[in-house]
Design a protein around this ligand. Sequence first.
Ligand code: FEO
Ligand code: CA
Ligand code: CA
Ligand code: CA
Length: 663
Amino acid sequence: MNELAPQQPFRTSQLEENDGPGHNLSDNATMGEIIAARFSRRGFLKGSLAVSAIAATVSPMALMLADDARAADTKSAFSFEEVEAGIDEKHHVAAGYDADVLLRWGDALFPDSPAFDPKNQTPESQARQFGYNNDYVGYIPIDGSSEHGLLVVNHEYTNEHLMFPGIVKVVDGKISVSPADKQRVDIEMAAHGGTVVEIRKTEGKWQVVRDGKLNRRITANTEMQLSGPVAGHDRVKTNADASGRKVFGTINNCSGGVTPWGTYVSGEENVHGYFLGKLPEDSKEAANYKRMGIPEGVYDWGKFHDRFDLSKEPNEANRFGWVVEIDVNDPNSIPKKRTALGRFKHEGADSIVAKDGRVVFYLGDDERFDYVYKFVTAGKFNPDNRAANLDLLDEGTLYVAKFDVDGSLNWLPIVFGQGPLTEANGFHSQADVLIETRRAGDLLGATKMDRPEDIGPNGVNGKVYVMLTNNTKRKDDQVDAVNPRAKNAFGHIVEITEEDGNFAATKGKWEILLKCGDPTVADVGASFSTETTKNGWFGMPDNCAVDAAGRLWVATDGNSPKETGRTDGIWAIDTEGGARATSKLFFRVPVGAEMCGPLVLPDMQSMMVAVQHPGDGGEDWKPFGRPSYYEDLSTRWPDFKDDMPVRPAVVAITKKGGGKIAV
Ligand code: FEO
Ligand code: CA
Ligand code: CA
Ligand code: CA
């Protein structure tokens, strides 16, 4: 409920790291409460010890032996000159590369799009322009090309204090934002959602094709359909929709994916922040909503739109928190909320075709102490018949991960009637189980993780990489093997190996690829390879991408002057051989921004990255040293014009003179 007056500015951290213990109050043991951290044996042998750990605990003789044991070849799979970590108003890319701004908030997407006029923005103009806070970036080739295709981009949320003139007051060094009127709310709603836009590379430079016939804006008002097991259920019926199938809009679209059949899938993440109001006394959704942190009332939308007010539409919040699938081949297609993939705070939805043709989607639930999931389709992917794949996401099995101390992984099926998912526990159907996916995970004994973000399956080495961004609320007695650090401020990356190299397997193994943070500070307990330079380490892994050569690229959220003395960026991380756990900085964002994307095109000659909320903050950056807002910004990236606010944007990176990235 929004009881703040005047309203505080919305920050991503407010939603993602809201105070409190997280919303998982189940008493699942954190893996038997085993305190001993499991050393990554492979990492140990090949020199993945933290520099600090070596200095603090290992004798010089042991160090020499470790060096000997290390594979002679520590050559990185990435070839580029590392960027220097730091903080300023601009973006920086490795020497020899161009990083060109391709699409900014407010840019035209259609021939009739109004010119961007930030002081006179309207909901109608925003709905014809590129949205705010770009997160996931995907590419769907046209005729198999890596130089002509559709770019699909999520617009996760809006920052009013950076977007709108005349709404901020600074009181006692803190920003306060005036309550929104309907016009402002409607602009925000039009700035959410997604973009589908044709792009083409001409003479080495990417350009938007403004009259592309498939160009499309998805917003918080776009008509959508609930599909799969929850469609039509009583718990998703509302006063406005007696069918329980017709929903308007998608919100807080964080990471996502592109399916093997060329559709765009998008995860609804922090949906709790959009609802306000009190549930009616007779509503049965109180416990369900509490587990999702609903309502949080960060936004004022519910003051003007009944569906975001729980007192008026108590079931509406069950219609959000899904993965949405958009058929980009038809700009009038009705996006489908694929309920079979569960309801939680969805991060990415990267997928891969298993050996037997079923398709596997890896899904993170970004909350402290929440879970890692995967969905395996019942049907098989048909590469010769696109239409035959279009409803694959309505049938299949959702699994939640249990990581055991011996390095084994069990994928537990979330199926009504199996194990504890029965009437005795209040579930009457698979729809009930999916609406309360988190509670199903609690009952099954899934492993409580340090905020699962994006998950990247790697078709080249057969592994899967799980980004765990941080969890400062994990206490000493909650430490477990797969989440080995209490007060985990910097996060870590887990590597999964599915049984027999089968992504659809129900068992696997896991180990920690690396623990993030400054490896020169012993207390941090980071574990980058010793080849990693002072620029190469980072904290808070978030989105990730695996390129066509099977190399891992990681984007971060939360590096800052105060936390790590650097901005967020794109880091290239070796996973193989003697270079394993070596990290190098390839691109960094301007002050206040978070790094999203990333995307490496199939020919590996272009990378797209998304700069989210640039200029959001400046207090802890000495050259600025005060709050940043529309009239007084810590950076005016990317235009650097006095009359233009800071603008989230997608940046296209190419090698000067052409060629593959980092090769
Ligand atoms: Fe929107 Fe979990 O990052
Ligand atoms: Ca993310
Ligand atoms: Ca991804
Ligand atoms: Ca994020």
